[in-house]
Design a protein around this ligand. Structure first.
Ligand code: 5GP
Length: 183
């Protein structure tokens, strides 16, 4: 019997879910973040075992074959997956947060119906567009691809247990904390 709850947080790129998750981790010492596996190359500053476990496609496929993932999916030609054993071990110590996309989140819910799914939504689409542009690091084409993806992800909101609009950061974090306490 695991001690913690499994909280799955999703939301479109640029919605601020990373910031929410970081604040949540600071405030809840018994919660930890799951580290996903990916076949994409590390970006500058990303650390093995912290940002992701970076795997070759061959190794990733071997892990799929032996049932090593709670869920996995393909994004922009790279695989991403939640390592099952890693999550189970962390759940014995406390709450575990997964920051994954909608497809992954819904697969987690099928595998573990006790998981709590939280969607972080932008106040409006224009605001999300402004935030994505504000990063200043992305090409126009990448931004429009992400916006299409955002529409897809937000379109699945009704399948989530909770939807939180990230209008005000403090309020949004408080709402997620409240959900963890309540569940
Ligand atoms: P990025 O390459 O920008 O770090 O992540 C790309 C996408 O992969 C994001 O939408 C992120 O939420 C998703 N992702 C990260 N880890 C996982 C995972 O373990 N499983 C799934 N299904 N998606 C993930």
């Amino acid at each position: 019997m695991s001690k913690g709850k499994l909280l799955v947080i999703s939301g479109p790129s640029g919605v601020g879910k990373g910031t929410i998750v970081n604040l949540l981790l600071q405030r809840r010492p018994n919660a930890s973040l799951s580290v996903s596996c990916t076949t994409r190359a590390p970006r500058e500053g990303e650390k093995e075992g912290v940002s992701y476990f970076f795997l070759s496609k061959e190794k990733f496929k071997r892990m799929i074959d032996c049932g090593g993932f709670l869920e996995y999916s393909l994004h922009f030609e790279n695989f991403y997956g939640t390592p099952a054993e890693f999550v189970e071990k962390k759940l014995e110590e406390g709450d575990v947060i997964l920051e994954i996309d909608v497809d992954g989140a819904l697969n987690v819910k099928s595998a573990k119906p006790d998981a709590v799914l939280v969607m972080i939504a932008p106040p409006d689409r224009q605001e999300l567009y402004r935030r994505l542009k504000g990063r200043g690091t992305e090409e126009e084409e990448v931004i429009s691809r992400r916006l299409a993806r955002a529409d897809y992800e937000l379109g699945k909101s009704e399948l989530y247990d909770y939807v939180i609009v990230n209008d005000d950061l403090e309020t949004a974090v408080g709402q997620v904390e409240h959900i963890l306490e309540k569940e």
